[in-house]
Structures are given as C-alpha cells and as structure tokens.
Ligand binder design. Structure first.
Ligand code: ATP
Ligand code: MG
Length: 723
C-alpha cells in the first residue's frame, strides 16, 4: 500500500492526528468518530513513513477481541506480519512481561494466573484458617478491598495499620493473602498489573530496555485506565514524546474497577508538551441513533463536552418493545433477528446487549430452540477458569510428564488420597535431586519409601496419565480432549458439584472440546512450527485469554454485556432489559455517581448501533430466582419521544385471558386452537387453551390444566387431544 492511502480514507482532523509530529497526543472524541481507526492508521504511518519496526511498537487495547481486530487491520493495510509487535490488553501484556522476566518479578517460573472465582475461594479458605468471622468481613468485600488496594499500587506492608478494628482486620487478611499467593505462585488479575509495574520500576536495566524498545506507545480507550495502568504507561514514556492515547470521557464505564477519568486530566499535567486533537464527525450511526445518544448523555454533569454530527441521514427511528415477561422479550428479539437473516442480513451484524451476564440465558434458550447460531462473549476468561485449567493440566502432563505445575495442579484433583506428607517428601526429593515431580514419584515408588496406601494412590495416578497418553494417541485433537476430560474423572467430579456452579463447569468443559474442534479445523494445514496439534492448542490456550476461543466460522448472533461491547459496532443492536433496577442497576438508583456511570454505559450501548436500534423492557421479570414488576428504565424516558417508535405487543402474546365459555374465536389466524377450548394431555390431564404463540413447528400453546395449573407446551410434542 502506498502512503497516500493511509491518509486518503480519513477526514482532516483524523489526518492531523495520524500524521502528528512526535509529541504526547490525546485524541479526545465521542463514539464512532474514528478514534480506533486513527490509532490503527497512526501505527501504520509509523511503520511506513517513519520506518519504525513493528517490534518497536506497543499498542494497548481493552479486550483481546479488539487487539486481534487491530492486528488484523494493520496486517491487511500493510501486508506484513506484525507478530513481533506487542498488541494486547494491559493484563495480557503484563502477563507476557512477567512470564519473560519471572525471576526479576520474583515469581516462580510456573506461576499460575487465577481468575476472580479462584481468588474468592482462596480468600474464603484464608478466613477459615485465620478464624475470622465471615459475616463481619464478607469474602466479597475483602476481595474488593484487596483488588482496589492493588489497583492503587498499595501493598499491605505500605499501609498503616491504624484505624478501627474492621480496617485492621482487612489489612491483616490482605497481608496473609499476599503471603499465601507468594508461597504458592498464584497471581490474580490485579496482581498482574501491579507486579508488572513494580518489576519495571525496580529494575532499571529492564526498564531502560523496554523504554528504548517501545519507540511508540499507543493506547485505545484511555478513559478506562486505572491508576496502576497509567503509572505503567508513565514509566515507559514519561519525559519522551511517544505516547499516543485516544479516548472519550463519556465512555468511562469501569469506575467500579478503579478506572479514573482523572487520568485524562493527569495526562495533560504529566506531559506538558502534549497536544489534544478532537474529532467531531461520527461515521458509525444514523442521525436518529446519534441524537438519542447525544440527548441521553447530556444529562450527565462534569463532561468535557464534545459535539458529534453525521452526514449519514436520519435513518429509521429507534424501536421500543414492551414485553410482558423476559421470555416474551427473548422471543421478540430472536424473531426480529431471524427476519433480518431471512432477508439476507448477516447474523454477525446483530448484537444482543445486556447489563449483566445472567440475562443471556433466556436469549440463549430461545436461540437454541430456533436453531439460530449464536456466540456469547465475555464473562470470565475462558482458559483461565479452574475446570479448564485442570483439564489442560491433564493434557499438558500427558504431553510432558515433567511439567511440574500441571503435576501439582492435578495430582489430587479429583482427590485420590495422596497425602500432604507424601507430596512434601516428593517435593524435597525433587528439589534435592533436581528431578521433576514425576521422576521423584517414580523414584519413591521404586525405593518403596511409601506406605502401601500412598504407594497405590500414587501409582494409579502415574498409570492413569500414561494410559491417557497411550489410549488417545490416534484420536483427533477434540476427541483427545474429550477422552481426557472423561477418563480423568474430571467430568464426573463437576457433575457431582452442587447447583449452577457444577453445571457451568460441565458446560465449560464441553466448550473446551468445542474449542479444540474448531482449533483443529482452522489449523489443519498449519504446519509451520514443528509442533504437534496438541502442543499448538496448549500454547494457544495459555496465550489467549479466551475471548476469542472457539470463534466459529459460522455466521453467529453476538451476545454480550454492554461492557464488553465497548469499541465494537453492529448494524442491528438490541439493548434488552431496559428497566429501572436492572439498567440502571438498583444501587445506581440512589447514588448520583453510579447513575452517571450507568448513563455512560447506556451511551456506549446506544452508540454500538449503526443502522437500527431496538430497546426492550419487560413488565414482569424473573431474575436471580425472584419475580419483579419493574418500571421501564429512566434512560428510555431520557430519549426524546419523537425518536422512539413503539412496537405493539402481538395479539397472540398477551397475559392469560379469562376463559369464558362463549368465547369461541380462534386465538390466531393460523392456530388450530380456540381460546377456552378443552384439551387433554397424557400427563397433565384436562385443561383449557389460553393462548398460542409462534407458528408451524414452533407453535406453543399455553394451557390452564385443572390439576397442574398454567403451562406452556410445544404443540408439536404435546400430543394434545381435543376433548
Ligand atoms: P468508539 O468510541 O465506539 O470506540 P471510535 O471513535 O473508535 O468509536 P471507530 O470504531 O474507529 O470509532 O470508527 C467508527 C466507524 O467509522 C468504523 O466503522 C470506521 O471504519 C468508520 N470510520 C471512521 N473514520 C472514517 C472515515 N474518515 N471515513 C469513513 N469511515 C470512517
Ligand atoms: Mg474505538
């Protein structure tokens, strides 16, 4: 590509930013104005015009998905490989730094990253060990306390132990928690950032190496950096003129995780020679969508103030749907998407955005019943979940018996009666003789140093690992994974675990098989490094935080929280669950600061839509096992009425009607059933038809059974007899 093309597809303000001379630069602009595009073109500019090597460039984005997209865009613009360029999230890059310099970071080489579930579990265990009353010091609160200290760069030892007993106790737990993590080589998410910062700060040589390596540093979504992330950036760039950040104060949505809008002001203070560039044209959305977003966000105070305009035309009005419950909402949304697809639209251009992960279930069910392909993003980092890490540890150990981290991880998962003493002896033997744990245990068995029970438990573990390897040699990758999950008894372990937790873990294991299947498929012909397919898959699992795992080739509807939709765009967007108490959340209803953050979140959601935006709310909702009758979200009321078009409830989806015997009209034109018609079901007995929904094979019927109450049934399966 020739240089002029980097510039020709930009407007003047964007060009100014892309070609700016080296100087700390802040691009401050609203949603859809091309900030990310500017960032990508700026990198391309450096490579093409300033002849900077990809190796000398650092780019930080907010999600792995965004990082991959950025990499792809740069590669397609330049037609070169950008493998040596550091592009990633703060967490991903910090992780990379710690892995490469684990010694300087004072971490064991095999340190494990734990997700917030694992972290919470450890805190709970700690409270028990320390005999601390977990009603006075709830584990979640402690977790929040610990993480926020780390996000501010504070270690327990830096903090003064005065204040009330409540505070002192929290501090004591923080300290004990740090000790435990250090002892066992565990690193939580906040620790990744803090430790990476400390490692650079305290090792001058290392810092100088990276300061000169990263000649140009770029940050997307700068408004959401927290204290420690910003400190990290400063270490690398302060006193130089190579920091280029883009952001939008109206899209700061991670305040609850320590993000600081103030960093935008701090930037202006810490980089005195900086320049600010504003972009005002929006290229993403239609006029109606943009006006809705602008009007909504105008209700916030203390904004830096930005104007956005578009020449894309008004487009269609926004649609508002009032569902009678959450199932009806899901039904409505999925029908609209299916219509879109039938008319030739891509499913991947559609997104269902919700406030909290728990809301996805209804939509997933509906998408499944209608056989509509979909993909759920976000939630916890997939490959970092405990059950996934356990399954991967089996695969790793099977692949390399001397992988001590994996050995440690699963030697007693599921429990097989290998005692702490046996393990301790094994560890000292391994340390003294410089053996892997695997060799050490073989040695102990040969020397008959163990009790009969311990020996047999250990022997059966070693045999199991060997047998897993032998029996799966000829299987394709995904079957190998499946085989190992089953034969290791991990699957059974989680099946027995109580409640949703176990269920989710089982689902995740199934998803791992799926990820392996898709990986297998995408990498069939990729033989460039001399690695087995399993090797490649395992490396992929370590390096990817998992947002992209198993991304199907198939055309899928996109489901995610509004938080994880940041930076993305879709032609057709559904913002669902627009209800007071859900969005804005209950806590935000009586806290102005939080309400403003929720409003920014709503602004982010609205501005994801390119062509069409649907808002929906339900009159009754069951969530977290409770029924509620919420009011429509105040955010709906903040959107000018003339931009909103109300969609009526469909006649055949309504609240149950009273069933008077002389009503004999058909419920809907295409249903074979009448309102109030008496029917008989093999299991539920006799009842009367209240309403039907859907058509053909998907027709459902709601019946009030004399003895069983009201039920919805799929007509095709219900085998009803007309009485
Ligand atoms: P957000 O705040 O949501 O992250 P953004 O400011 O990063 O948004 P981009 O995602 O970079 O915006 O751009 C929004 C859309 O507008 C993209 O589809 C992008 O390709 C397009 N776009 C940006 N600038 C131009 C331009 N000069 N000409 C044509 N399309 C453009
Ligand atoms: Mg962006």
């Amino acid at each position: 590509m020739d240089a002029s093309a980097i510039i020709s597809s930009l407007n003047d303000a964007q060009r100014l930013a892309v070609s700016a001379p080296d100087r700390a630069t802040l691009v401050l602009a609203g949603a859809g104005s091309g900030k990310t595009r500017v960032l990508v073109h700026r990198i391309v500019w450096h490579i093409l015009i300033n002849h900077i090597q990809p190796h000398n460039i650092l780019a930080v984005t907010f999600t792995n998905k965004a990082a991959t997209e950025m990499r792809n865009r740069i590669e397609s613009l330049l037609n070169i490989s950008t493998r040596s360029m550091w592009i990633g999230t703060f967490h991903g890059l910090a992780h990379r730094l710690l892995r490469q310099h684990s010694k300087l970071a004072k971490l064991p080489e095999t340190f494990q990253v734990m997700d917030s579930d694992d972290q919470l579990r450890i805190i709970k265990r700690l409270l028990k060990n320390l005999n601390i009353d977990d009603t006075k010091w709830p584990p979640k609160q402690l977790q929040w306390f610990i993480n926020s200290q780390k996000e501010e760069g504070r270690r327990a030892r830096h903090m003064e132990s005065n204040g009330d007993i409540y505070y002192r106790q929290m501090l004591a737990v923080y300290q004990a928690y740090e000790e435990l993590c250090n002892r066992s080589g565990l690193v939580d998410f906040a620790e990744l950032l803090l430790r990476a910062h400390e490692t650079l700060r305290d090792n001058e040589e290392l810092l100088n190496f990276y300061r000169s390596r990263f000649q140009q540093v770029h940050v997307d979504e700068f408004q959401d950096t927290n204290t420690i992330q910003y400190a990290w950036l400063r270490l690398l760039t302060e006193g130089k003129d190579n920091l280029f950040v883009v952001g939008d104060d109206d899209q700061c949505i991670y305040g609850w995780r320590g993000a600081k809008i103030e960093n935008i002001f701090n930037f202006q203070k810490h980089y005195p020679g900086h320049q600010v560039i504003r972009l005002e044209q929006n290229y993403r959305s239609t006029g109606h969508i943009l006006r809705a977003a602008n009007t909504l966000i105008a209700n916030n105070e203390g904004r830096m103030g930005k104007e956005l305009w578009t020449d894309a035309g008004e487009g269609q009005p926004l649609s508002l749907y009032t569902a009678f419950n959450e199932q009806d909402e899901a039904h409505f949304v999925v029908e609209k998407i299916r219509l879109w697809a039938r008319e030739g639209g891509l499913r991947s251009d559609t997104a269902i955005l919700y406030r909290s992960n728990a809301q996805s279930r209804q939509f997933e069910e509906r998408l499944m019943t209608t056989a509509t392909p979909y993909r759920v993003y976000g939630g916890l980092r997939f490959f970092e979940r405990m059950e996934i890490k356990n399954a991967l540890a089996y695969l790793r150990l099977m692949n390399n018996q001397h992988d001590d981290a994996s050995f440690e991880r699963i030697v007693n998962t599921p429990t097989r009666g290998i005692g702490a003493k046996t393990l301790d002896n094994m560890r000292s033997l391994a340390r003294e003789q410089q053996l892997s744990l695997w060799r050490a245990s073989q040695f102990m068995l040969e020397q008959k140093q163990l009790s009969a029970r311990a020996a047999s438990a250990l022997q059966s573990f070693l045999s199991l690992i060997q047998k897993l390897g032998q029996d799966s040699t000829d299987l394709p990758l995904h079957e190998k994974v499946k085989f190992v999950i089953e034969a290791s008894a991990l699957l059974d372990l989680y099946k027995k675990e109580k409640q949703d937790k176990g269920e989710t873990r089982v689902e995740n294991l199934e998803e791992l098989v799926n990820a392996a299947r898709l990986f297998d498929y995408q990498n069939n012909n990729d033989d460039e490094e001399n690695l087995s397919e399993l090797d490649m898959f395992l490396a992929h699992a370590t390096l990817e935080a998992g947002e992209n795992q198993g991304e199907a080739e198939e055309d899928c509807v996109q489901l995610m929280t509004i938080h994880s939709a940041k930076g993305l765009e879709f032609k057709l967007v559904f913002m669902v669950g627009m209800e007071d108490g859900l969005f804005p959340s209950q806590q935000a209803l009586d806290d102005v600061g939080r309400l403003q953050e929720e409003r920014r979140l709503c602004y982010v959601g609205i501005t994801r839509a390119m062509q069409q935006l649907y808002l929906s709310h339900a009159e009754s909702r069951r969530l977290y096992g409770k029924d509620s009758y919420p009011r429509p979200s105040r955010f709906i009321r903040e959107i000018p009425e003339d931009l909103l078009q109300e969609i009526r409830m469909r006649a055949n989806i309504s609240r149950p009607l009273s069933t008077s015997p002389n009503q004999s009209q058909k419920i809907s034109n295409n249903s074979a059933y009448r309102l109030g018609q008496t029917v008989r079901h093999a299991k539920f007995g006799e009842g009367v038809v209240l309403q039907t929904e859907g058509e053909g094979a998907e027709e459902k019927v709601q019946i009030n059974f004399r003895n069983e109450g009201i039920k919805w049934l799929m007509l095709a399966y219900a085998k009803l007899e007309k009485a």
